[in-house]
Design a binder for this molecule. Sequence first.
Ligand code: MHF
Ligand SMILES: O=c1ccn([C@H]2C[C@H](O)[C@@H](COP(=O)(O)O)O2)c(=O)[nH]1
Length: 283
Amino acid sequence: MKQYLDLCNRIIDKGTWVENERTGKRCLTVINADLVYNVAGNEFPLITTRKSFWKSAIAEMLGYIRGYDNAADFRKIGAKTWDANANDNQAWLNNSHRKGEDDMGRVYGVQGRAWSKPDGGSIDQLRKIVDDLKNGIDDRGEILSFYNPGEFHMGCLRPCMHTHNFSLLGDTLYLNSFQRSCDVPLGLNFNQVQVFALLAIVAQITGKKPGMAYHKIVNAHIYEDQLELMRDVQLKREPFDSAALSINPDIKSLEDLETWVTMDDFEVSGYQHHEAIKYPFSV
Ligand SMILES: Nc1nc(=O)c2c([nH]1)NC[C@@H]1CN(c3ccc(C(=O)N[C@@H](CCC(=O)O)C(=O)O)cc3)CN21
Ligand SMILES: O=c1ccn([C@H]2C[C@H](O)[C@@H](COP(=O)(O)O)O2)c(=O)[nH]1
């Protein structure tokens, strides 16, 4: 929690105002932040200075793992987070690649599970990683990349958290996750949970012990219409101790994640938090 608050304070104290053409809003911005999560010690990085809707965040990650390309599928598992980007963004609505209501196009999980090969067929990056790790293999390229510039024009948004790089040392699994752009009040609340949960889940299905997760953010920003709430409300609150995440131990494979897992298979204990804050969302 401290590292989150430090980043928020750093943006407010030292940030630079940057115009953003896509949203038409200004963002108070800093470059480079490194967050570390202790997954081994189950220090779940849930924001406590407001209520965090952590189930939506894990649902979103599950949707990426399943390779979803449709906001309706995300809604069914408990995440409404893609509704606006799929349906309210004029540039995407005008895009001839959009396949109709709720379509997100070739973003995130689509790239992770079905990256198109120029010579035909596709690559399932996550399957390869899980198979390798299960067999104790780390070929120094256990990389799940959602960043495919050749297909940016076929999706509603370029991926923000775009690369997840797994590593094995003995039987301990590590994760380095890279994020190019971060909406600190709204997105980071989710992204912290997702990096932590991704390492915990992949360690569980590959039979490894989770170690540390390292989260690198490049452009970290607060939108102009979020600043007051962050500075004068959220940052005035005292944080509580961190919560713990538990995952149903019956989840043992990628197939389990693809077929029967729901948000009921995830529980959080010891979550004390201040009341919710509704931050404006920029499409
Ligand atoms: N401007 C912007 N910020 C983001 O963080 C973001 C995007 N766009 N587009 C793609 C995804 C969607 N994400 C989202 C979208 C909505 C919420 C959100 O509304 N969160 C609320 C309520 C969550 C709920 O009720 O489930 C929150 O208070 O955290 C969070 C992350 C993260 N990403
Ligand atoms: O997982 C996510 C997804 C998105 N965001 C934020 C970061 C930016 O505020 C917008 C994306 O806008 P770009 O113009 O494509 O950078 O969404 C996030 O924080 N986390």
